[in-house]
Design a binder for this molecule. Structure first.
Ligand SMILES: NC(=O)c1ccc[n+]([C@@H]2O[C@H](COP(=O)([O-])OP(=O)(O)OC[C@H]3O[C@@H](n4cnc5c(N)ncnc54)[C@H](O)[C@@H]3O)[C@@H](O)[C@H]2O)c1
Length: 431
């Protein structure tokens, strides 16, 4: 198999940028990694890895001869024709995406290079933004820069596999040559490639995330009905998932979706629609159901414990999903602040995210392991389905806890096993 041999720049070395850079190096390219975060670049230069992502440290180690790290955009432009942008686009208070980091990079380009570049946008941008950037570059007579939208679909926790074995590759551009050049970077990857226009590429990303979020809110509402009528949502989801038209993915009822993508992208799509004069009713409901779902856990705790004032509640798992240290928009953060607001003491343990939680979560006692987290606790809420929690030391937990209640926010535990260990068990939508 022919290995690609490009020099590629990646600007913004976060969850997406670092995985993209490493996988592009794995495909045989030389990659110049640039970030404005001086500490992050210093750590990477020393061989450290700033995020927790399974297999990433090993793959960086394997490809370190092909990866360099810098804080200067000039270094990227001087060496690389193809420049990926993977800076963050966090939500603003209105739900719109904050594009300041993207424009900080784009507006720096004119003064820095006059040679030809293909700018490849990995960041998730509101539909229409890429065209605006493309038109603005043309207006500034930056005809040396071609713009390509190449949205990323990787999932934290399985990011390397997702990048190297994607379900599809989406490439949006006004320039056929630029589009083909980006497509050729992926030629060693076996996946359908859809070359299309820029707004369509941007919309595919938002529509995909919004659809998956809708699936989650849908099954959560089914779970809530199951609780009323005595059905079991895990069996319902299994029965639905056998239908190929529906599929079994994203039908796990729980305490709602979080993370750096779904909440932000669903809110942004709702705003994009609203700004264009269309009221996207379905997404309004998807967001509301997701918020209420977190509140239902608090109600479950109150149903068993009464008032939560002075009760101690333990959260098992803080990251928004297993196999990542990412806490952005994690359900644990919302839940912790609701419990604290109700006068409870909150303790928590996460196998990986504790150092990050020390910065992100206030008022929660962070613990080193499950047993110290459940000490003198009145209830446990399983928030993140880390593999380690599949084998909870139930007998020892029972001795250490004050009351014996487990709310399984991810329907991850075996109810019979938990009950036979002497606990009251409640899942989400499980009879
Ligand atoms: N995290 C995911 O799972 C995921 C998946 C698909 C798409 N995305 C999208 O990819 C984009 C990046 O997300 P992320 O999670 O990797 O973000 P992140 O916050 O982990 O990383 C962004 C990086 O960009 C850097 N940065 C900011 N401004 C910069 C600038 N002017 N120059 C250079 N670097 C700069 C930051 O220091 C940071 O290291 C977002 O638009 C996100 O929506 C994320």
């Amino acid at each position: 198999m022919n290995k690609a041999r490009e020099c590629i720049g990646v600007v913004g070395i976060g969850y997406v940028g670092l995985v993209t850079a490493t996988c592009l190096a794995e495909l045989g390219n030389t990659v110049v990694c640039m970030d404005i975060d001086v500490e992050k670049i210093a750590l990477l230069k020393k061989g450290g890895v700033p995020i927790y992502e399974p297999g990433l440290a090993e793959l960086i180690g394997k490809n370190n001869g092909r990866m360099t790290f810098t804080t200067a955009l000039e270094d990227v432009l001087r060496q690389c024709e193809i420049v990926f942008i993977a800076v963050d686009t966090p939500p603003t208070s209105t739900g719109d995406a904050d594009l300041s980091r993207v424009f900080a990079v784009v507006s720096a380009l004119p003064g820095l290079s006059s040679s030809h570049h293909v700018l490849v946008m990995k960041s998730t941008l509101p539909v229409g933004t890429g065209m605006k950037i493309s038109v603005e570059l043309a207006r500034q007579e930056m005809n040396n820069i071609d713009y390509v939208s190449n949205p990323e679909f990787l999932r934290e926790g399985s990011a390397i596999g997702d990048f190297l074995n994607p379900d599809r590759i989406i490439i949006g551009s006004r320039e056929a040559a630029a589009s083909h050049k980006v497509a050729s970077l992926y030629r060693q990857i076996s996946a359908p490639v859809l070359e299309t226009g820029i707004p369509t590429a941007e919309m595919i990303k938002y529509a995909s995330n919004a659809f998956l979020a809708t699936k989650i809110s849908f099954i959560n509402e089914i779970a809530n009905v199951c609780e009323e009528i005595g059905a079991d949502v895990t069996e319902v989801a299994r029965g639905m998932g056998y239908d190929k038209r529906i599929g079994s993915h994203f039908l796990n009822a729980g305490i709602g979706f979080g993370g750096s993508c779904f909440p932000k992208d669903v809110a942004a799509l709702k705003q994009i629609a609203g700004n264009s004069g269309y009221h996207f009713q379905l997404l309004t409901a998807v967001i509301e159901v997701n918020e209420l779902q977190k509140r239902r856990v608090v109600n479950k705790l109150k149903k068993h414990l009464g008032s939560l004032t002075d009760k101690t509640i333990t959260l098992l798992g803080l990251a928004f999903k297993p196999n990542t240290n990412d806490l952005r928009e994690a359900s644990s953060i919302v839940l912790a602040s609701r419990l604290l607001g109700d006068g409870a003491y909150v303790k928590a343990y996460d196998p990986v995210a504790i150092p990050d939680a020390a910065r992100a979560v206030r008022g929660v006692l962070l613990c080193d392991d499950t047993l110290s987290a459940v000490e003198d606790s009145d209830a446990v809420v399983l928030v993140t389905e880390w593999e380690e929690f599949a084998r909870l030391p139930l007998a020892e937990m029972k001795k250490r806890m004050r009351q014996h209640l487990i709310i399984d926010g991810r329907n991850f535990l075996d109810p019979a096993e938990v009950k036979s260990a002497g606990f009251t068990y409640e899942g989400i939508g499980r009879s």
